[in-house]
Design a protein around this ligand. Sequence first.
Ligand code: FES
Ligand code: FES
Length: 222
Amino acid sequence: MEEAFKFQVNNQDFTVNCHPGTSLLTLLRQLGWFGVHRGCDRGDCGACTVWVNDIPIHSCIYPAMRIANQSVTTIEGLSENGELAPMQQAFLQGQGFQCGFCTPGMIMSAAKLPFASPEELRLALKGNLCRCTGYQAIIESILPTSPSPSLHLSDRVSPNKTVQQLSQAKHLTPQILCHLVYYILKYCDRLILTLTSAKLTANQPKHSLALLLSSLMQMSPG
Ligand code: FES
Ligand code: FES
């Protein structure tokens, strides 16, 4: 028998009638919140993750009736005044997605995960599956959001992110400079190979490096 109850989704009030067997996932999609994705529909993949009173849950196995007088947040409710939330921004910046199907659930889980190391993060994310198997980019997107100072620089930055930051920045910021120095030191052998394969004087690596640095210098700190 249907029952009526009230609840909130993304700070909007709703009054609904629903059957006891209805899942929160089904109810949310019926109400038009299509950012909540239906993957396995049995609690395995995390594509349907939303927050109930700020706690991430798999909405496909959560009875809709338990939401009476509670508050739900979906991926649509994360941004404020058109501004992406920090975790959304982190996924965008780190290119932490391929087809994007798992992404709303990943972001809803990641934004609430406690972790102090990359290993802990991988474990904590076990409730969210990516069918494109793009886990490395996902992990690299989330790691820089950690407040933990114990994470090593190599765990907090990625070459893709640094190149992206470099292309978007008007000035060479200390953070970008620090990442560049890190990669130049880490990959100096590959860097020289790249420069030489680009037909820059193969027997003059110093000259090649000077060319690279002079192009970097054109972005003078502001
Ligand atoms: S759709 Fe809910 S966990 Fe897969
Ligand atoms: S990005 Fe395609 S399922 Fe994760």
